[in-house]
Structure formats: C-alpha cells, structure tokens
Design a protein around this ligand. Structure first.
Ligand code: NAP
Length: 545
C-alpha cells in the first residue's frame, strides 16, 4: 500500500451488504477496496457473538439468493441458525467469491471529505492513509454502535463488563458466576435464556418488558433440505413479493368478519408457527386496530402467565405496549428461566438503578453483587454509524444535516453528498435485511455503470426528491400503532439526546422494490448527473500550461 491509493469504489463494511457490493463491483471490473473495522468479515455476525445469538428469520431466506452456486453449496442446519453458523456462512461466501484480498480488515474510516474539483472522496483511515475514490458505498450496519448506559459509580465497579454487540472472541467464563443482564430486547432475552442454566445467579434488569413469542426452531433434515434446494428462485420471489421480505404473509381473513372465538382459534394456530408468522402472518388489522391488537396481546399475556410460576413475576413480564409496536423478540424458553431458583427479575420501573459500586448494582431497594455485567442495552441505531464517519461535502456535515432526522432519496443517497451511497441505511430496509440489501446492491451497481457510460463524474440527488421520499417514509407508517407510540430504536428513543423521528422504512419490501424500479425506469428519476466537463477542463489546463 502506498500512502495514497486511488479507487473507483470504496466500500465501508464487510458484513452482509459490504460483501455483496464488493462482489458486484469486482464483476464490473472496478478498482474497489473494502475498509472494515473488525478483524474478520461478517459485520453484525462478527460482533454479536454472545451466547444464544441466532436468526429469527428463516436461515434459507437470509443468504445470498442471487447465486445458485452459493445457495446449493451451503447447507443450513437449522430453520433459525445460530451466530456461529451465520458467521461461518459469511466466511464461506468471502472465500468462495475470492473477496478477502480486496479488504483492509482491522481498519476504521475516521473522516471523509468530497473534493468538488475532482469529484472524488478522500477517505482517511485510522492507520494514517488517505484513499481517493470516485464513489463511496457505506455498508456499516443499522445496529452497529453499541450503547452503554451511563450509571453513576460505574467506574468503581471491579467486575467484568460486556456488551452483547461487542462480545469478545476469547471465551467468557460464566459458569457458576453471578451475572447481571441489563436490557430485555431481542439480544437480552437470547443471552439470558442461553446462560441461565450455567450461571450461579442470574439477575435480569428489565426496563420495558417485551412480547416474546416462541421461535419454534427445529433442524432442517435432509428431505426438507433437498426440497429447498430446488426452490431458490421461488423463495426469492416469495420474499420479494412480501412486505417483510420473509416467507410469511398476512392472512387474507378480515379480523372483524370472524367471531372472537374464531379469532382465538386463529391466534392459537399462529402461536404454533415458527418465527415471524406471529407478526407477519397475523391479521393486517393487527398493526392498526387497537382492539384487535389488544385481543392478541391478551392471549400472549395468558401465555406468559401459564409459563411463569410466580404470579408477581409473571405480571412484571407482561408489557403494556401493543404487539409489534416495538420489534418483538422470539424466545426459546425465556419465560421459563424465571422458574429457576437461580434467576431473578428486577423490574426497573418499580425498582430503579441508583448507582454501581465496586461489587455490583445498587437499586432503590437492594444491592445486587455480580461478577459479570452484560449490557444488552442496544445501539445508536440506523444513523449512528454513518454520523460517526465524520462525512463532509461542500461545507456540509452529514451529521449536522441529519440533526433533525435523515433525508434521503430511496434510502440510498442524501442531497449535497455526491457519489456517496448507503446500503441498509436510513429510510430503507425492513424486516429481513438481506432481501432489501440485495436489490440495493444491484441498483447501485447499475447506477454507477450508468454514470460511467454517459461519461459523467458525479451523481447527486435533489432536495425535492429527498423531501418527497421523507414524506413517503412517514406516510408509509401513518395510522399504525407503532407510529402513534413512537418507541424504540427505529425512532431513536433509546439514544439519549437523539431526535425522535422514524428512521426506517414502513412501506414493505415489495413496495420498496417498485420504488427502485420506478426511479430506474424513469431515467434514474430523483438523481442528477454532472461533471462531464472535468476531463475537458483538465485538458485545457494542460494545453495552456
Ligand atoms: P434493543 O431492542 O434496543 O433493546 C435494548 C434493551 O435495553 C431494552 O430493553 C431497553 O429498555 C434496555 N435498556 C437500554 N438502556 C437501558 C438502561 N440504561 N437501563 C436499563 N435498561 C436499558 O436492543 P437489542 O436487544 O440489542 O436489539 C436490537 C435489534 O437488533 C432488535 O430489535 C433486532 O432488530 C436485532 N436483533 C435481532 C436478533 C434476532 O433474533 N434476529 C437478536 C438480537 C438483536 P428500554 O426500551 O426501556 O429503554
């Protein structure tokens, strides 16, 4: 490596999105480099290696379905694979597509600025290099900046501290020890369930209880796998044609056409189904109709009461928000851990944490001595990682521009930041991330090809198109119970000081794909191309000098 390297494309991140975009750029013969902060590939699946971490979308719908070879040559062992298997899969992809030699691992981007004269980005890395590139594609993840709560006295604590989103690669000894898990989102309930049988004492600190429904994970046997092998294109089409990007579809039954008893039978059958069937296979009314949502929640509450022996603990575990208002976790025996003598629940709304001291956590009511604290306290989501890249262009800082919330066209580009694209960024995405990332990769690859084919150097998006997309994003969730509640990481309420605004996309995958298609068919509607005179100007300077 020389101190300055020149590329056509720099991709930031070697997770699901970065690997796919790298492969696509190499296919197009571009000079491309991936910069990745982790020492290995896998993104989310490299960092989140806590015990119990696993999929809750079907494994076979998650991978790189664009390639028959990758699909056929990887055998998923379970319907919802665990983290080690998913990380192994992403390593298999990196090797099979010969991607590793195009990456700088263990290297972090610390600043990026756009040069208006050359229409290139200067990308500064923490190893002191400056890379120059025409295009930058960020693939930094939506949930990649772990949040640590600021608890008074935490500096005095002498035990071990871990975050689920930054779990160490060296083994963490938990057996027989006193462990606290703080946070009961998807990560918290997975880690608590996994470690409860082995730890000495487990204390779960719960701020907002979550509606956990059974995952119903099972192995994929050879017969089913052989059947799945012939269905790659069909599975891709099913996912692409759904709002969630999964194999689950809302029922065509209208909730109010059924009697309460018929609805109860429907819910009971739903609870027997795997994964996201409970949310995405439910009545369409579930996400908008308070009465229907409350009816489903009362069944879930009964389910919690039947699984937790101590009635007081059961009541504390029952949420007050509607199902699907926050992203619901899927469990594999979570509620049952509270029947174990070594597991206790601290309900923070009635027993807040006051301080930490050298031996543990002090609440308003008690002192909890612990050897290990596991923060499952979530992430500065969606925009957090992008804002930390310290991106500037034309005197604008992306972080300042997004202070009141992100504005993008199609979730892919923000006005005033030419030649900079986001994969799985704000105002895009949805449930099954790889299913929306894949079309974004293919779209951006065609867009970059187009810029080069027409002899331009620069592509930007208009303020009008970004405003229109922001309106569409907000419209896509209007009337939903989630939009009324405005809670959780998609809104930024979990990050102190963050503006509360919806940062994801609620229109669903099928709708999103139509929007991408409409832009491309409309001669890249929303994008503006320029910069073709640069070569001429350079030539004139040379002639004149
Ligand atoms: P999360 O959903 O944001 O949950 C964070 C938890 O920490 C919440 O219970 C929150 O309570 C609590 N918390 C935050 N600060 C706290 C504090 N100071 N004191 C006490 N509690 C505090 O984060 P996550 O569980 O890591 O999940 C994030 C997302 O990652 C999920 O929604 C999902 O999309 C994805 N994920 C998926 C899977 C999977 O199964 N595929 C697994 C893990 C994660 P409050 O809400 O009351 O603040």
């Amino acid at each position: 490596m020389t101190p300055t390297d020149e590329y056509d494309v720099i991709i930031i991140g070697a997770g699901v999105a970065g690997l796919h975009q790298l492969h696509s750029a190499l296919q197009d013969g571009l000079r491309v480099r991936v910069i990745e902060a982790a020492e290995g590939v896998g993104g989310t699946w490299w960092w989140n290696r806590y015990p119990g971490c696993r999929f809750d979308t079907e494994s076979y719908t998650y991978g790189y379905l664009f390639s028959e070879e990758l699909y056929r040559d990887w055998r998923w062992s379970e319907h919802f694979a665990g983290q080690p298997e998913t990380e192994a899969y992403l390593n298999f992809v990196a090797d099979r597509l010969d991607l590793r030699r195009h990456m700088d691992l263990g290297c972090r981007v610390v600043h990026m600025s756009f040069d208006e004269t050359s229409n290139t980005w200067s990308v500064r890395t923490d190893d002191g290099r400056t890379l120059v590139t025409q295009f930058v594609i960020t693939a930094v993840g939506r949930l990649s900046i772990p949040q640590y709560p600021s608890i008074p006295g935490s500096e005095d604590y002498r035990g071990e501290i871990y975050h689920t989103g930054e779990w160490p690669h060296d083994p963490v000894k938990l057996e027989g020890r006193k462990v606290a898990v703080i946070g009961v989102g998807s990560s918290g309930i997975q880690v608590a369930t996994a470690i409860a049988p082995e730890v000495g004492v487990l204390t779960v600190f719960q701020s907002t209880p979550n509606w956990c429904v059974p995952l119903h994970n099972t192995p994929i046997d050879d017969d089913e796998w052989n059947e799945l092998l012939g269905r790659r294109e069909e599975i891709l089409a099913i996912c692409n044609d759904s709002p969630s990007g999964t194999v689950h579809r809302a029922t065509s039954l209208a909730a109010h056409d059924l009697t309460p008893n018929q609805r109860l039978q429907f819910y009971e059958r739903l609870l027997e189904q795997p994964g996201f069937a409970k949310l995405f296979g439910n009545f369409t009314e579930l996400t908008r109709d308070e009465e229907i949502n409350a009816e489903f929640c009362s069944l879930l509450a009964a389910n919690i009461r039947s699984r937790v022996k101590d009635p007081e603990t059961a009541e504390k575990l029952i949420p007050t928000h509607g199902y699907g208002v926050r992203r619901p976790p899927h469990d594999d025996g979570y509620y049952e851990i509270f029947n174990q003598p070594n597991v206790r629940l601290v309900h923070l709304p009635t027993e807040p944490i006051m301080t930490m001291n050298s031996t543990g956590i002090v609440t308003e009511k008690d002192q909890y001595d612990v050897d290990v604290i596991i923060y499952a306290t979530g992430f500065d989501a969606i925009t957090g990682a992008l804002e930390r890249l310290d991106i500037t262009a034309g005197g604008l800082s992306l972080k300042d521009e997004w202070a009141d919330g992100p504005d993008t066209w199609l979730g892919l580009q923000s006005p005033g930041f030419p030649n900079l694209f986001f994969l799985n960024g704000p105002q895009s995405g949805g449930a099954n991330m790889p299913r929306s990332i894949g079309p974004q990769v293919e779209f951006l690859s065609r867009l970059i090809r187009h810029v080069r084919n027409i002899g331009q150097q620069r592509v930007d998006v208009t303020r009008e198109s970004a405003e229109a997309w922001t309106d569409h994003v907000l419209e896509s969730i209007s009337g939903t119970l989630a939009a009324k509640a405005m809670e959780g990481w998609a809104y930024g309420t979990n990050t102190p000081g963050k503006r509360v605004v919806f940062r994801s996309y609620g229109g669903g995958l099928a709708m999103y794909l139509k929007k991408l298609e409409a832009s491309e068919n409309g001669y890249w509607d929303g994008f503006v191309f320029s910069g073709s005179d640069i070569a001429d100007r350079a030539a004139k300077v040379e002639v004149g000098s």
